[in-house]
Design a protein. Structure first.
Length: 139
């Protein structure tokens, strides 16, 4: 494990500045979907949650999960400082994600979750997967 290169106050400021919406991977993905003609809504309110984007008429909710906040199994690196706090935060986030998925699916929605690293590294593949899902739901 490596030591944080920022002091506690600076790290706190950095973490507070992290945006919840309109992340770069989310924008790239949404723009790529738009480019191929898949129109969608940004952050619609659905069943007490707000997916990153949705195909409302087809009941498809899409989440672009950040590797840090949702714990990507391939790329997540746990913070060294205050480890118990971050372990609990990650546990709660994952539990909330499961609950949101269950609630949406019970309401008839299809939930599509993608990791930000997938969007960054394999955008065309992710876009093709959502295109296929949209086509299936249209049939």
């Amino acid at each position: 494990m490596t030591k944080d290169c920022f002091d506690v106050e600076m790290r706190s400021q950095i973490m507070k500045a992290v945006g919840k919406r309109e992340t770069a991977p989310e924008r790239r993905f949404r723009l790529d979907l738009w480019r191929i003609g898949l129109r969608n809504r940004k952050h619609p309110r659905i069943a007490d949650t707000r997916p990153n984007l949705a195909f409302v008429g087809l009941c498809i909710a899409v989440f672009v999960d950040g590797r840090f906040w949702h714990g990507c199994p391939r790329d997540y690196v746990a913070p060294v400082g205050n480890a118990p706090l971050w372990q609990e935060k990650l546990r709660r986030n994952r539990a909330r994600d499961r609950l949101v998925n269950e609630r949406l699916e019970n309401d008839g929605w299809t939930v599509f979750r993608v990791w930000e690293c997938e969007v960054n590294q394999r955008l065309e593949r992710v876009t093709a997967r959502i295109r296929q899902l949209v086509e299936q739901c249209r049939d």
